[in-house]
Design a binder for this molecule. Sequence first.
Ligand code: GLA
Length: 395
Amino acid sequence: METQKTISPDYTSYPAALAPFVRENSLVVRSPGRINLIGEHTDYNDGFVLPAAIDKAAYFAITPTEGDFIKLHSADFHEDYKTTIHELRKSEKNSWPNYLLGVADQFKKACVTLSGFEGTITGEIPLGAGLSSSAAVECAIAFALNELLQTGFSKLQLVKMAQRAENDFVGVRCGIMDQFASMFGLRDHVIRLDCRSLDYEYEPFRMEGIRMVLLDSGVKHSLASSEYNVRRQQCEEGVSIIQKKYAEVQSLRDVTQTMLDELLLPVVPLIYRRCKYVVEENLRLLAACEDLKKGDMKSFGNKMFDTHHGLSRDYEVSCSELDFLVDAVQNNPSVLGSRMMGGGFGGCTINIVNEGAVEELIQSVGEMYFQSFRKELKAYVVKIEDGTSLVRHIG
Ligand code: GLA
């Protein structure tokens, strides 16, 4: 593409790192990471979630080229990856191209005629911190290809393609929450998503006097190699046992505590604990939404602590660093709620903190954390932002 002119950078709409890769005929898409207030490990159980998109995003620049080459570049890793439209295969060497190739593969599977392109990705979402940088990248390329090729897929169709890319190509059997939140995020609102019907409502999330603080344990989680898929399978196992007696049950969404006590507790105590957490978490989320409507953030925050304890003790997807970070703030009157967030096994805790106490909290927890784990604690104070969008049209 030497013949094409690099255009002058537009730092207001995308990061400077992307500027050398943006040409006259490039599109640039911004797609954010996400937080989730409550409703963890419920999405793949047909349950409810309450996520929001944040002010940290991935950016993808796409430029059409002649021929059938796909040339990818990671501006953050300074790496290239080249393949052709006919050879869309999982890269074993690097993982970052797979989030992009997996989505291109979904377009192919949807019978879209792809043509060659160059794509460059960069991002400000901390990797492995449980903020769904992978979903952001998937949504970014899905949105970009849809625009470039004028394929006319709806946002929901793009979300599903992005999720399938993660399921089939990357190999994580994730639910729909991360991709949905990245694509459908709305500034100052959380999304109450019913993962069974995919009906959703935006609930205003008032930030007067409070801040959303993410404390990053620095423990990198790798969902693909972690127990994530195992948890999903354990939930399915619970459902299949319950179905033998209650044929109408399709997922944990339809299961009651009585069914769990009757059919799982006596025979499969581990599966019982996994399923109990999910059943409780769905009820907790619905109650938390009532708190939100009433503006009762204290009660909402208490439920976040309860979620953490369920995730840690029953679902067992926490780790000692995350437990430490929640314990460290549990009795702090300036912290309304705290819990591990996302898939687990590392990443961040999400904390709702009184505005005036943020700096001191970060410092004091940071010191305690360092003393216990000899690790620097990173902290991000995030705002709720809009979802995936085009930030540069073809010039
Ligand atoms: C990961 C997955 C989501 C969801 C969460 C846990 O982020 O990608 O689909 O299951 O874990 O709530």
